[in-house]
Design a protein around this ligand. Structure first.
Ligand code: DP6
Length: 419
């Protein structure tokens, strides 16, 4: 490349959703390639409420790969970042921007450095899995910048090497991560089952539970489970394969009763193998258990289930309601049992799609205080004020997209440094 062209910066910005597993991934057969011991299925969540935005830039002026996460520089030296960067670079193609006279040949990519800026639109402190959306967005945006000619399935196998659950964020709707058989992981990829429109009646309410406890990371937690639990093998070999078949069918048919039975059972079995780990891993806390009781009681009092619950490696509940009517009735129950602290206003207590609050007929805190106990409760109902930080109302969402509006990019067009 000629000296006079050394000043340019070429950028791409993308947005990628998070996902919540309804049949859980827990346990690896290869730690480095991140290959799972069972298939898993997830639901992609609407990126309007939960997503990662990433800008990637390349310039001959950059002298090393650098990354900023939520404005703070972080190290890229970890094996997972290095694996993703290496796999993407190996697939780069020629890139040309005729208007700006920029030309990058395939072979140039190995000597060019990138800047990466990533931002989550939800609080990282909330303990919601951000690595899934994060690695999916890193891989997707780099693939677009480097003109990688591979489909999202192939890209999912690269995102998987950043974090297993990340591979499922390459698609919208319901997604299956096929564990694969190959030793090199080439067939361990995400496959879209149905898009986000197929079952768009579903409403998701995430209850972010207050917790001071530092949780075991998924990576070390699942390693310890595979090493010490006798139940995990039974789960991976006997239980999950059957559930995957049943779950796919329930999703195709929008059979909410079967969907709920499988989702709740699989979440509970995941937490059971955590408890079967030595030393035992506790991800759920008393608040999580109270939410399960509330949902179980309500579902049992109705002719057919209204809400499915699922919990990842932390105490937060992800509640999937069959439609808007049941979501409103759910939120009513949640606000009854878990009213906010006196200093919290309703506007910051229920975030995301706030229109569900209107369906409940709640305008301010006084309306919350006036909520009657749910009819299925026989004993005088106890309340647990302040146990929940906030609720996020959302819906099924789409897969990754490119953002063409330059004002939304996270890096300066001239310097390639964070804005
Ligand atoms: C409980 O994908 O975070 O959320 O592959 O080690 O990065 P690594 O783990 P990660 O594990 C997610 C576990 C889970 C279940 C799931 O998402 O399937």
């Amino acid at each position: 490349m000629a000296e006079e062209f050394q000043k340019w910066v070429l950028m791409v910005t993308a947005q990628t959703p998070t996902n919540i597993a309804v049949i859980k991934y827990w346990g690896k057969r290869d730690e480095n390639l991140i290959l799972a011991i069972n298939d898993s299925i997830s639901l992609t969540l609407d990126p309007t409420h939960l997503c990662t935005t990433t800008t990637v830039a390349v310039s001959p002026a950059f002298n090393q790969d650098r990354m900023w996460l939520n404005g703070k520089e972080i190290s890229l030296s970890g094996g997972r970042y290095q694996n993703c960067l290496r796999e993407i670079r190996a697939r780069a193609s020629d890139v040309e921007d005729k208007n700006r006279g920029i030309k990058i040949a395939k072979k140039d990519w190995e000597n060019l450095h990138v800047h990466i800026a990533s931002y989550n639109n939800f609080p990282t402190a909330a303990g919601l899995a951000s690595s899934a959306a994060g690695f999916a967005c890193l891989v997707y945006s780099l693939a677009k910048l480097m003109n990688v000619q591979e489909d999202n399935g192939k890209l999912s196998a690269i995102a998987r090497q950043g974090s297993g659950s990340a591979c499922r964020s390459l698609y919208g709707g319901f997604v299956k991560w096929v564990m694969g058989k190959e030793e090199n992981g080439s067939d361990s990829i995400a496959v879209p089952l149905v898009d986000e429109k197929h079952w768009d009646e579903l409403v998701i309410i995430i209850s972010v539970v207050c917790s001071r406890q530092k949780e075991t990371s998924s990576t070390s937690g699942m390693r310890e489970t595979v090493e010490t639990s006798a139940l995990i093998e039974h789960r991976a070999k006997e239980v999950v394969p059957k559930r995957i078949i049943q779950m796919e069918e329930a999703i195709q048919k929008r059979d909410f009763a079967t969907f709920t039975r499988l989702t709740c059972a699989d979440s509970n079995q995941f937490h059971a193998v955590c408890l079967d780990t030595s030393p035992p891993i506790f991800y759920m806390n008393d608040t999580s258990h109270r939410i399960i009781s509330c949902v179980e009681k309500w579902n049992r009092s109705e002719a057919t289930p209204q809400v499915a619950y699922t919990f990842d490696a932390g105490p937060n509940a992800v509640l999937i309601a069959r439609n808007r009517t049941s979501a409103a009735l759910l939120l009513q129950r949640l606000l009854f049992y878990f009213p906010p602290n006196s200093e919290t206003d309703l506007n910051s207590y229920v975030i995301g799609d706030k229109s569900i609050l209107k369906d409940v007929g709640i305008q301010d805190i006084k309306d919350v205080e006036a909520l009657p106990p749910p009819p299925e409760i026989k004993d005088p109902a106890q309340k647990y004020k302040g146990e929940i930080s906030y609720f996020i109302c959302t819906r099924p969402g789409r897969g990754p997209v490119l953002i063409t509006d330059e004002s939304q990019s996270l890096l300066h067009a001239e310097t390639g440094l964070p804005k």
